[in-house]
Design a protein around this ligand. Structure first.
Ligand SMILES: Cc1ncc(COP(=O)(O)O)c(C=O)c1O
Ligand SMILES: N[C@@H](CCOP(=O)(O)O)C(=O)O
Length: 468
């Protein structure tokens, strides 16, 4: 499998290069040169297989040529062995034709574990084979950070720096990151928003001499391997609910567009998906784009679903690449205009193509609280604010009531206990593995929103490491 950049100028890479590279050297994102196909028979044969077996089958074409099939199957099985549900990502029925796919049974209680538990192992495998070390820089609005830290802590060939927006994550999210005291883990609270953190990471990747000096790698969904691992649960949901004979509708609480893009990738591979529903909070740039072709940035406002407090959804560029018929130059121009003017130019017929498959819906904080309450009352389920946004988006926007609606439950309710308690009167307890989270020592430093400050911090740590 070869990978190409959405901006068309970076070299084509194979899987292990893509894994270590993160952002392409031309500023684009890597995608497969062609989508591997799942035939109807492939889908039928997956019925009744375990999550791990389906995962190994779905992902193997993406790594073929770099990792032998047996080794890959072992890495996959090991990645999910620590999940605390036998089905790994169970599907729970909410009403006669709505399912919730629980993606939060990994170590840090969010869907990020599904990809990052595998990524940590893939990094280890490839770095050992190549005798290399990397510095990982990641941006988080709360969940990627802890999942990445958990996946990379104490790994010999990795130093990991995670930037989170100071005072803009939930306390549980912050403590999950900052209470990991491993020597190779560095938490930085940036005086800014998640978008600022993400821009800092991208700026470090675009500084080619810095990225080569420290061997920069990524754990955010700019890294193709993240998307690859997220494709699996859509296939798992689809075959569990009748694929290839029957399609599904998916509803996904969306921020950086990685999760919903993985659903799109699953459809490009052959899984029947009838509709993609994008749920947002009051930071509603994607909903405005899908309803009115208005992709214009506004000031980001903090919400009860902080992991979606975002304006620039990185992975939208991967969809844009397909909407612009894989013309890298046009993608680059469009992205530059978006960054310069704050508004993405999009021709009507291209926008119509996107709006035909994708539907957006946004909820403000009051509606989110009401949603958590209503879902609890009607089904008995406690859901976190992100999941609630996705479920209501699904219920209001599904076009075909006969198509099974699968809503992605992206975080455990105990990650956002204040909102859940306000909405239902019930404070969800942290699972035992995190019961002492509020007693653990924390370590992080606060730095200004400045590339220089972050680069200096990374260099300082690298030179201390090499002096030891
Ligand atoms: C709990 C939760 N839900 C939804 C999202 C949005 O997912 P994505 O960024 O893949 O669109 C995130 C963050 O990414 C999250 O942490
Ligand atoms: N909501 C995310 C933001 C980063 O998204 P990613 O999927 O690109 O890693 C978070 O939890 O940090």
């Amino acid at each position: 499998m070869k990978y190409v950049s959405t901006r068309g100028k970076a070299p084509e890479l194979n899987f292990d290069e893509v894994l270590l590279t993160g952002l392409a050297r031309d500023g684009g994102l890597y995608v497969p040169a062609a989508w591997p196909k799942l035939t109807e028979d492939d889908l039928r044969e997956m019925r009744g297989l375990s999550y791990e077996e389906i995962a190994a089958r779905v992902m193997y074409p993406f790594v073929e040529g770099c990792i032998p099939e047996d080794d890959f199957a072992h890495l996959v099985a090991d990645a999910y062995a620590g999940f605390d549900h036998d089905a790994t990502c169970p599907l729970k029925q909410l009403d006669s034709n709505t399912w919730v796919m629980e993606l939060f049974h990994g170590p840090t209680l969010a869907f990020k574990d599904v990809a990052l538990q595998l990524l940590g192992r893939l990094f280890d495998y490839v770095l050992k084979k190549q005798g290399k070390r990397v510095t990982i820089a990641g941006a988080t609005s709360g969940d990627t950070g802890s999942a990445a830290i958990e996946a990379c802590r104490d790994r010999e060939a990795i130093d990991i720096f995670i930037l989170h927006p100071h005072n803009r994550t939930s306390e549980v999210q912050r403590r999950q990151m900052t209470s990991v005291l491993s020597m190779n883990v560095h938490n930085v609270a940036v005086e800014g928003t998640f978008d600022d953190c993400q821009d800092l990471v991208k700026a470090m990747f675009n500084d080619l001499s810095f990225r080569d000096e420290v061997n920069l790698s990524a754990v955010n969904s700019i890294n193709w391997a993240r998307i690859m691992a997220q494709i699996v649960y859509y296939v798992y949901a689809g075959v569990s609910l009748g694929a290839p004979e029957r399609g599904i509708t998916v509803s996904v609480p969306t921020g950086n567009f990685g999760n919903i893009f993985a659903a799109y990738a699953a459809r490009e591979m052959g899984l029947p998906i009838d509709q993609f529903i994008v749920g947002s909070n009051s930071n509603d740039i994607l909903t405005r784009f899908l309803s009115d072709n208005d992709m214009s940035m506004k000031q980001v406002s903090p919400s009860l679903s902080p992991s979606m407090d975002i304006q620039v959804s990185s992975n939208f560029e991967r969809l844009l690449f397909d909407l612009l018929d894989r013309d890298g130059e046009e993608v680059e121009e469009t992205m530059q205009q978006f960054r310069a003017s704050g508004k993405m130019p999009m021709e009507e017929d291209r926008w119509r193509r996107a709006a035909k498959d994708f539907t957006g819906h946004c909820l403000d904080d009051n509606e989110t609280l009401a949603a958590i309450g209503a879902i609890h009352e009607s089904s008995g389920e406690l859901v976190d604010p992100h999941t609630a946004v996705g479920i209501i988006a699904g219920w209001t926007q599904r076009k075909d009531p006969a198509s099974p609606l699968v809503c992605m439950a992206t975080a455990h309710p105990a990650k956002f206990p204040d909102a859940v308690e306000e909405a239902t009167g019930i404070r969800p307890a942290l699972p035992n593995k995190l019961a002492d989270l509020f007693d653990r020592e924390e370590r992080f430093e606060v730095l200004p929103n400045s590339v220089d400050a972050i680069q200096t911090r990374i260099r300082k740590s690298n030179s201390a490491g090499s002096a030891e």
